[in-house]
Ligand binder design. Structure first.
Ligand code: UT7
Length: 331
């Protein structure tokens, strides 16, 4: 019996800060509306030419430094993204190439905002089964280039940002520490509530001039539907995890919820009856970076001294698919 411990964390966000006021100069929105409805003050957008693999590499370097490890010690890469650098191959192999990590497997995970928790679930199973000792888990997203920066896309345009977060996971025989459990779910009947319609392989051709003119290549969302499901599924899956481990909400020392909207995180916090000091949010600075929100927040929480040995850390996510999940980790 062995467990998965988080040996190192890291993150990278682009230097370019995009404020709410800057967005208000492009689309019909305002700083006041964005702050009030989402809690977001600013987000980061990549400069042209920067790839997801490059951002993932920077986050990984920080995580390896913290772990005191070299790239050559990694046995496998799991990379979560909904905005891959290319249709194929996955961004994971580009990261493998940039890392110089040897001929290790690189698996891309497509579970949108829940990608990091899904990836953790796979990594934990690999490690506990004895297949791998050390796994690099990354969430990376370039959302800015896909956004519809017209008034029609304003609901999405104000929410999303770019960034990367990484965690180096390692096998440990210390059963007092590490991942206690992961719980993941999906409900495909809501697939089109938050999605990108095209390019789409069954189309002939996979993207047409009409698709582009109609903006089908931009993400679309029925925001209220997503909101409604997010605020019930995240508490539900956290309670599922606690119950499976014979624990209660009072045992949680730190909750890192997916950073989708500050109002969503606050509602999840209320439903779990957690005080402010037990919840970590950074959406005001980065917006929603999808698969990267949790690993970026985790890396920041570590650096802010918010986690101590023995603490019970809870991660939870909800996103397009719908997909959702939770993880409980004894720090
Ligand atoms: O990671 C998971 C993925 N995404 C999410 O979790 C997002 C979930 N949804 C949300 O966060 C919220 O639904 C939004 C922030 C997207 C929208 O907030 P809301 O309070 O649900 O607003 P709404 O969609 O009900 O729209 C209210 C009004 C509408 O105008 P009318 O019809 O009342 O005149 C919208 O057209 O706000 C308008 N609106 C905007 N106004 C200014 C929508 N987007 C904007 C905007 N700026 N950016």
């Amino acid at each position: 019996m062995r467990r998965t411990v988080i040996q190192g964390t890291g993150f990278y966000v682009p230097e370019r800060i995009v404020t709410n006021d800057e967005l208000a100069g492009m689309i019909d929105t305002s700083d006041e509306w964005i702050r009030e409805r989402t809690g977001i003050v600013e987000r980061r957008w990549v400069e042209e030419g920067v790839t997801g693999a490059e951002m993932a590499l920077r986050a990984t370097s920080m995580a390896l430094d913290e772990a005191g490890m070299e790239a050559g010690e990694i046995d496998a890469i799991i990379l979560a993204t909904l905005s891959p650098d290319h249709f194929f191959p996955g961004t994971g192999v580009f990261l493998q190439r940039e890392l110089g990590a040897g001929e290790i497997p690189a698996l891309d995970i497509r579970a949108q905002c829940s990608g990091f928790v899904y990836g953790l679930s796979v990594a934990d199973a690999w490690i506990r089964s004895g297949q791998y000792e050390t796994i690099l888990l990354v969430g990376v997203e370039i959302q800015s280039t896909g956004l519809d920066l017209t008034d029609e896309g304003r609901d999405m345009a104000v929410l999303f940002g770019d960034g990367a977060g990484a965690a180096v996971l390692k096998a440990a025989d210390d059963l007092q520490r590490g991942v206690l459990s992961t719980h993941i779910h999906s409900q495909g009947e809501h697939a089109e509530v938050l999605w990108v319609d095209a390019p789409s392989s069954p189309r002939h051709p996979l993207i047409s001039a009409e698709d582009l003119a109609e903006g089908r290549h931009h993400p679309r969302m029925v925001g209220r539907e997503v909101f409604k499901h997010a605020v019930s599924r995240m508490p539900e899956v956290v309670l599922e995890a606690l119950e499976a481990n014979g624990l209660g909400t009072e045992d949680i020392d730190l909750l890192i919820p997916h950073q989708a909207n500050l109002r969503i995180s606050q509602m999840v916090q209320r439903r779990l009856d957690l005080p402010d000091e037990k919840v970590f949010n950074n959406i005001e600075r980065y917006g929603n970076t999808t698969a990267a929100t949790i690993p970026i927040a985790l890396a920041e929480a570590v650096r802010a001294g918010r986690l101590h040995r023995g603490d019970l850390l809870c991660l939870t996510a909800f996103g397009s698919g719908f997909t959702w999940g939770s993880a409980l980790i004894r720090w």
